[in-house]
Structures are given as C-alpha cells and as structure tokens.
Design a protein around this ligand. Structure first.
Ligand SMILES: Cc1ncc(COP(=O)(O)O)c(C=O)c1O
Length: 404
C-alpha cells in the first residue's frame, strides 16, 4: 500500500478553502488550514475553553490539547516541547529574544545581519545599536540576490558575537547553508540565530543538528494556527534575561512575556493530526515515533514541490522579459521575478483577474528588494497542496501577460 509519490488529490480534499477555485500561489504569506486544524480549534472552543492550570475536567482537557500543539511544534524542529516558545509571531519572538540576549553583549561587540532577510530577523537586532552594539551587514549579490559565504568570512572576527540569517529568503527562495554559517560563527565564538519561516513549511527541521543557537518559524505558514515557534538552545535560554513577570523564572516561559493563546496552541495539534493522516494514507502503519512519520511525509512533500518548482522556473526562464531572482541550486517553493516594463502590482493584478493568486511587493524584505534595484517582485510561492492543473493555469495566464 506504500505510495512513492504524494497523492495530491487526497491532500487537496483536506483543505476546504481549495474548493473556491482560486489557484493559490501565495503560501509564503500564510498557508491554508486543513480540516484537522479546524476540528481541533472547534473542539477546544466547544469543550475546554478553560485555564489549563487547574484540575477540573475542562482544564485537564485544555492542558492535554495544548500539550499536543506544543509537541507538534517541537517535533517539527526535532527538539523537546519544554525548549519551545509559542508566541504570537516570529517577528515578536525575535523582538523578545533580542531584548533577552542584549545583556550578554558589550558595547563594541558586533552583530551580523543580512540584507536578504525578512525584517523580523534584522530590525530586532539593529535596535541594539542604541546600546553600543555594532551592526555589520552581510550583503547579497545585487544581481542574483544570493548570499555568499566568502562575504560572511570578511565580516567575522573575534568581535562578532551573533550572526542572524535566514534559512531561506522569502524573496530569493534559495536555501542558505545555515550549518556552514553556524560553524563559521562558532569558530569566532559567535551565536547563530536562524529565521526558518520560509523553509519550515517544506522540510522537517533538525534545529540542534544544524548547530545553531536559536531557530524560528511561523506555524500559520505550516498549515497551522497563527503562532510563531521559537526554539532557543536550553543553555542559551537559561542565560537570557527573563522578559516575563518577575516571578516566572524558568526558561522558556521567561522568553514569552505575553503567555500563550490557548486555542491557537491547541489548534496546532491539528497539524500533527493532518501529517499523521497523510502518513497513514501513504504508508499505512509502522513508524512509532511522530518524527519518523513526519520525515516520510515530508520526503513526499519535497519530491512533489521540487517537480512543480522546476516547471515554474523552466517556464519563467523561457521568457525574455523576465528577471528571475535567485540562482539555480537548492530552492524552496518560492519563485520571485520582475518583468521589464511592468510593475509587480500590474502583473499580479492581471493574474488575479484569472483567479491565480500570487504576491507582489517586498514582503517585508525591503532591504533585499531595494538592493536588487527593484520596486517589487512578483512572488509565486506554492505548497504541497498545489497541483499540476494549477501550475498549468498559472503558466497559461503568464503566457498571456509576458511577452515570449
Ligand atoms: C522569511 C520570513 N521571516 C519572518 C517572517 C515574519 O513572520 P511572522 O509573520 O510570524 O512575524 C515572515 C513573514 O512573512 C517571513 O516570510
């Protein structure tokens, strides 16, 4: 009964919103939600909308449901639930982390940020300049948008205390070798903080195995609820300055001053139900550990997305008016381009008219788009529930808009 490729028709039946007929290619902005997540949310609201810290029946159910959500978040990153912060967003998680790490640095210490990252992993660190920290910018190649490790090497020194980098830019789409970045940072005694928001919806992460010190992603882009997931290495979390109430003194609660949004944490358990449903459908039973099941599901997802991505990239390369961002190489399902003589908004509008939804603009990676010398880019970002028929529709629509 084992299937060697993703049964996309089965996948699509799990996402009620797909029934509206729009070919949805703006998943990097936020993914669709499977039925299983909706069920967990409803179940929580109907049966256990209670403080999870007491012993009443609703409270116990609430606690169990929230533990399922936290477990799923931890399993996505290959870490333990007690090492995870679930905050409102990655932007806020990084902001809090920056405040918490600040006392570990001295005036004159250096932080490397990129101009490829989403502002979430830039602005929070740049704010530390006012405390005497020195910000060094690792800049992209202005033509391709790629970050080069050789350029990072010129910035690193014993003064470097932190390197902040994206695993996959939400504009350039190519996958950065964050393990190599972390190894270089470690050599000079610096920490590494990684933004995995663009990468995590497409691959199972091994945060500890990458050798990084903190890794963040956003659950609402991984078929989950609107939460940011942050893993901080326990040794570092313990040294970070608590940001919560003075009497909350154990990490990682110290890194979550706002507390948890109960129903969203509980709803996240539905993402685990969904991945398990895919596992059973494709492989039957067998694997006891959730990580092992998810690993096999993500392998199917990777194969499917790589195939769709190649179709889209090959088509865009065939159009003379197109400037494709990023080079050939490992690419997440994020394909951005600009069109000579047209604004990104114009192209996107023409696609919307054909019920093909894409993104346009800078997607809060403004430094990146500015460095590329563009007013904006058109972004085709897809997920495993996109199918060949939708890619056909996208390509047909693009053929009408883009000169050959
Ligand atoms: C690559 C990347 N990093 C960070 C963020 C910020 O995530 P959040 O919306 O959870 O703050 C986004 C959001 O689009 C993103 O695409």
């Amino acid at each position: 009964m084992t299937k060697s490729s993703l049964d996309v028709a089965f996948v699509r039946r799990q996402f009620p919103q797909l029934a509206d007929g729009t070919a949805f290619f703006e998943n990097a902005g936020g993914s669709l939600v499977p039925e299983a997540v909706k069920q967990r949310l409803l179940d929580f609201v109907e049966r256990s909308f209670a403080q999870p810290s007491y012993d009443s029946e609703p409270s116990l159910i609430s606690r169990r449901r929230m533990a399922d959500g936290k477990r799923l978040a931890a399993d996505l990153l290959g870490v333990e639930p007690q090492e995870i912060v679930l905050g409102p967003s990655t932007t806020l998680n990084f902001y809090v982390l920056a405040q918490a790490l600040r006392p570990l640095f001295q005036p004159g210490d250096e932080i490397v940020v990129t101009n490829q990252d989403h502002e979430a992993n830039v602005g929070a660190w740049r704010r530390l300049e006012e405390f005497g920290l020195v910000i060094r910018e690792w800049q992209i190649d202005k033509k391709s948008g790629e970050l080069r490790l050789a350029d990072l090497d010129t910035l690193l020194s014993p003064k470097t205390k932190l390197v902040c980098v994206t695993h996959c830019s939400n504009v350039v789409g190519s996958v950065n070798d964050v393990a190599a970045v972390a190894a270089r940072a470690k050599k000079v005694g610096a920490l590494t903080v990684v933004d995995g928001v663009g990468y995590a919806p497409h691959h199972l992460i091994d945060a500890r195995g990458l050798g990084v010190d903190a890794y963040a992603c956003s659950a609402y882009k991984i078929f989950g609820t609107h939460l940011g997931i942050l893993w901080v290495k326990p040794e570092l979390a313990a040294r970070a300055k608590p940001q919560n109430h003075y009497f909350i003194d154990s990490a990682p609660a110290t890194l979550n001053p706002g507390g948890l949004t109960y129903e969203l944490v509980a709803g996240l358990g539905g993402t685990g139900d969904y991945l398990d449903l895919l596992y059973r459908h494709h492989f039957g039973s067998g694997e006891n550990s959730a990580r092992a099941r998810y690993a096999r599901v993500f392998k199917l997802i990777e194969g499917h997305e790589a195939r769709l991505g190649k179709r889209i990239v090959d088509f865009l390369k065939s159009r003379k008016s197109v400037r494709l961002i990023g080079e050939d190489g490992a690419r997440a399902p994020i394909v951005c381009f600009a069109v000579a003589g047209k604004t990104s908004a114009e192209v996107a509008k023409a696609l919307f008219a054909k019920r093909v939804a894409v993104g346009h603009g800078h997607f809060y990676a403004k430094r990146c788009v500015d460095a590329l010398g563009l007013e904006g880019v058109i972004r085709i970002s897809f997920a495993h529930y996109n199918d060949d028929a939708e890619v056909d529709r996208l390509i047909e629509a693009l053929k009408e808009i883009l000169p050959a």
